[in-house]
Design a protein around this ligand. Sequence first.
Ligand code: SF4
Length: 283
Amino acid sequence: MDSKLREELAAWLEFYRDLGIEDFYRREPETRFETRNSRLETGQYPGLSAPRKTMSAVPGPRIPSPEFPVPSPQPRAPGISPPARSLSLFEAPAPLRRGPETLEQVRADLGDCHRCRLAEGRKTIVFGQGNPHAELVFVGEGPGADEDQQGLPFVGRAGQLLNRLIQFMGMKREEVYICNVVKCRPPQNRTPQPDEIETCSPFLFRQIEAIKPRLVCCLGAPAVRTVLGIKEGISKIRGRFYDYGGTKAFVAFHPAYILRNPREEKILREDFEKIREFLKSGG
Ligand code: SF4
């Protein structure tokens, strides 16, 4: 394999690994039987006609024979479903789902991440904090200066407001899980760029999947766009519940926005009241 192809393949493998895909399947070479039939169909054996169906198209069990051996199924790790057929790396239609992961496994996979440019200016990776079995997960935008220093999400002024709102719901911060769309502080607290979100967000999705909360609360537009794919202005869509896979998502203003616009705090409190009612109702 030449070095250019090797580099390209390595980049693809890293990309799929970031999406949580670790198993790849190479298309099996043609069996002797299929090779022979395709030659018959293309007239490479003059005087002989191809059978109506190839062996692989005939329904029912395949009977092994010394001429056309049927390969034995390969043992697979528990929790991994076999693909319907062998897939090449480049035609995989959807990520192959692994068994349930823990937050620790997701964190270990993130490692000392340098997958995007945000690694350059960060002090610490801010992975997330809270109850690994939380019913409620808050997703913010990205760490700020305080978070970058301490390695914890929402510990600055916006975090203190979030703490008060959590208490207002009758809960403790330790009961919920808090994380961000990107795990490293963007320079000058700018909004994370689309490619940075695209690179980092698979880890967010894996966190949510590991926790399996009843509700994911998106705080601010970048979280809404990432989790729900909704691009409308947050003022129009806040305060509502949305389907998110088998669970629900809720949209609210980011606490940092409320610090800049204190008159809107009433709206945020109303939204947190809706969250409280949702959790109480068992919805
Ligand atoms: S923001 Fe995410 S993808 Fe980028 S370096 Fe940090 S952890 Fe890695």
